[in-house]
Design a protein around this ligand. Structure first.
Ligand code: CA
Ligand code: CA
Length: 221
């Protein structure tokens, strides 16, 4: 294509360049710092859990229960989790290299989804990421539909901590920073959207309501 054509297309706003992803308006900043690198691929700090009642499962074991590798059971359904409740949210940070955009997916979120006859039992959450802790970008999450793009959908496949940071072996739900236009992120936020996926509210009741966070791994670069 000639330069003249490119200039014309650019002027018309129809170049092939991906459009800028807009940050999420009104998303609150992180509360603290995350300075202690635990020295593994997994998230280092719990910044804030804002669970929605009546969720309480795993909260007495925070923060450790959501740090470190996922706890595979071989069939999904880990109990090494903290439940967010429907509409609950949690913010976590990386102290070391953080999440770095390389080829393909860069960060993996492990919930306790388990396989069912028609896919998996999902309690979805939307994933947001930030590098500065103030400006947040959200991955599209079709919570009201098949939960495509959400976390909390794919059962954990990793059998050990090494596998859990390798996208091809980890299971869980993996996300590519390039999809939201970031090259690096230090913070990850999960916002439960279970009620949109299960509108009858059945999975919003009890201590284990909503999304159940097991672990988060940054893919080493
Ligand atoms: Ca990437
Ligand atoms: Ca679950």
């Amino acid at each position: 294509m000639t330069r003249a054509w490119l200039l014309l297309l650019a002027a018309l706003g129809c170049t092939a360049e991906p459009s800028m992803v807009e940050p999420v308006a009104g998303e609150p900043a992180v509360r603290g710092r995350c300075d202690v690198d635990r020295g593994d691929a997994f998230v280092d700090c719990l910044d804030a859990l804002e669970a929605a009642a009546p969720a309480s499962f795993g909260h007495d074991a925070l923060p450790d229960i959501v740090l470190g590798p996922p706890a595979p059971t071989g069939a999904g359904g880990s109990l090494d989790v903290a439940s967010l409740g429907c509409g609950g949210r949690v913010t976590l940070g990386f102290a070391g290299a953080g999440i770095v955009d390389g080829d393909g997916d860069d960060v993996i979120v492990f919930e306790n989804a388990f396989a069912t006859a028609d896919g998996s039992f999902a309690e979805p959450a939307q994933v947001l990421v930030s590098d500065d802790g103030e400006t947040w970008f959200a991955f599209d999450c079709d919570a009201a539909g098949d939960a495509d793009g959400c976390a909390g959908v794919t059962p954990t496949a990793a059998h050990d901590a090494d596998d859990a940071s390798v996208v091809a072996r980890a299971g869980g739900d993996a996300f590519d920073l390039a999809a939201v236009g970031l090259t690096h992120a230090r913070w990850l936020r999960l916002v439960d959207r279970t009620r949109e996926h299960w509108p009858d509210g059945m999975w919003c009741e009890g201590a284990a309501a909503g999304f159940d966070l097991d672990a988060i791994a940054a893919v080493p670069r």
